[in-house]
Design a protein around this ligand. Structure first.
Ligand code: GLY
Ligand code: MN
Ligand code: MN
Length: 488
């Protein structure tokens, strides 16, 4: 990519400054004649009569619920800004979950504002960067000009797609500074918007907005469920891709697995929903192993925890622990089957009306029983559970809500999440595991360096649950047959 013709300070690229700088000769090689020439000769590409996005009625309903929760208050929900990686290179942009949930839009710099209206309710407006101006040279002389970053939707196009009036985001900070009345904003995404609101918001009230938007996502609507299904199906194909190239991973490293899964995520979706954990051998005992730079060896296990994020930003979160050579050893199978049994007990506890904690307790009980049976911890099981002694090897909770964020609804209050009862439309992972660290002297040597987790994405239904990730086998013998079939 050639270096841009822009000044180093992007905030200076307003119309006035761009023209002034150009005249002052700050763009060497841009003659007045070229500047003049670049203003015209461009076709009208405005898109007309656009149909609304597929989830437009859902985002409208979500905004209506938000409006009802905070009557009379101005609500500001930014998409976020690009984050610099170095100089003029940025990290890939991912819109804030709150903004995407309420608009269906994912445009950087966008801001949704709900302004209270006298008659009651709110008027929603989406603030976006409009098409680049050709007259003032912005479109080719500004780092965010469309010549550099690609065509944006015009404000009129955005209105048709999103079903919300759209305005120029460059006017928003001034509007917010002038605004009167109570305001709440979602923090952490747009420092410019926060600066404009400094005197008007409090951390405590903003937190209430964040908590509401987290809790609103606890129950998924049918659009969201369809997205989660899509994410799980694409993820299953990504796991199959990995199995097919295990020999190449053996010849290189865990990175081959990471790259293979990433290809599927980018082709079928927006991205991976979180850093893929491609943990071979003893790395499986490191819960967040994302370095993925280790050897892949026949005879070891591969713990693969990965998820495709769809283009609408819903992610799967699936783990399978696979024998790299296609066959579990006797001990690997014993541990794997114990985790499978625990997961079965956990999944069976996922149903409407059950306490959220039930599936965790059910899975932990099975794991504690196994650890006592194997002589790794002294029973009885009740004592182990009471003292939490199994946790040396079970390490983490048995699951979490899943949705746009892998650990979805994370700002929800305890009473709305971990102390609540399950309801249809909730989606959660059930992911027990057993991990014997390579340096754990309390277990027989042959256990050391073995880590097993099985993770599935479970939707609570009216009469029980559905496993959204059941395209991937879980029973040890079924995993082996599936791998054999893929390797041909
Ligand atoms: N992949 C992160 C988790 O399972 O929670
Ligand atoms: Mn996971
Ligand atoms: Mn998980």
């Amino acid at each position: 990519m050639a270096e841009e013709l822009t000044p180093e300070t992007p905030e200076e690229s307003t119309e006035e400054q761009a023209i002034k700088q150009r005249k002052n000769g700050l763009y060497p090689g841009v003659s007045d004649e070229l500047a003049e020439n670049m203003k015209s000769g461009w076709a009208d590409t405005e898109l007309r009569d656009l149909a609304p996005i597929a989830q437009a009625d859902k985002t409208a309903a979500r905004r209506a619920a938000l409006s009802a929760r905070f009557p009379g208050e101005r609500l500001v929900i930014p998409a976020g800004k690009l984050k610099t990686r170095s100089n003029d290179t940025e990290y890939a942009f991912r819109a804030s979950t709150e903004y995407a949930y309420l608009t269906g839009d994912q445009t950087q710099d966008g801001v949704l504002v709900l302004e209270p209206v006298r008659a009651g309710g709110h008027q929603a407006t989406i603030y976006l960067l409009p098409r680049s101006d050709r007259e003032n040279g912005e479109f080719w002389l500004d780092g965010q000009g469309e010549l550099w970053v690609g065509r944006r939707h015009s404000l009129t196009e955005a209105e048709q797609l999103l079903g919300v009036p759209a305005k120029d985001v460059r006017e928003l900070a001034a509007e917010l500074k002038e605004a009167t009345g109570p305001v709440r904003a979602v923090r952490g995404h747009d420092a410019g918007i926060e600066a404009a609101l400094t005197d008007k918001v409090t951390a405590e009230r903003d937190e209430e907005l964040r908590v509401y938007l987290s809790e609103a996502r606890l129950i998924k609507d049918d659009f969201e469920v369809a997205e989660l299904r899509k994410a799980c199906e694409a993820t299953a194909r990504g796991f199959e891709d990995v199995v097919k190239v295990l020999d190449k991973a053996e010849a290189t490293s865990e990175r081959y697995i990471e790259g293979t899964f990433f290809l599927r995520a980018r082709v079928e979706g927006n991205d991976i929903g979180y850093g893929s954990i491609c943990a071979a051998g003893p790395h499986a005992t490191t819960l967040h192993w994302v370095r993925n730079d280790g050897d892949v060896r026949s005879g070891d296990l591969l713990l693969l925890d990965a998820g495709v994020e769809t283009n609408e930003l819903y992610t799967a979160d699936i783990t399978r622990t696979l024998p790299i050579n296609g066959r579990y050893t006797e001990l690997q199978r014993k541990i794997y089957d114990a985790v499978y049994e625990a997961q079965e007990a956990g999944i069976a506890a996922v149903k409407p009306g059950a306490a959220y904690r039930d599936f965790h307790d059910a899975a932990q009980r099975v794991l504690a029983e196994k650890l006592v049976e194997w002589g790794l911890v002294e029973g009885p099981v009740e004592r182990v559970l009471e003292l939490g002694l199994q946790r040396r090897w079970t390490l983490h909770g048995t699951g979490h809500m899943l949705g746009m964020d892998v650990h979805d609804c994370a700002a929800a209050r305890t009473e709305a999440y971990v102390d609540t009862t399950l309801a249809p439309g909730m989606c959660l992972t059930v992911e027990p595991g057993l991990y014997f660290q390579a340096d754990d002297l309390t277990v027989p040597e042959e256990y050391r360096g073995i880590g097993v987790r099985i993770e599935d994405d479970i939707l609570v239904t009216e009469d029980g649950n559905v496993n959204l990730s059941d395209a991937l086998p879980r029973r040890s013998e079924e995993v082996e047959a599936w791998m054999a079939g893929l390797k041909g």
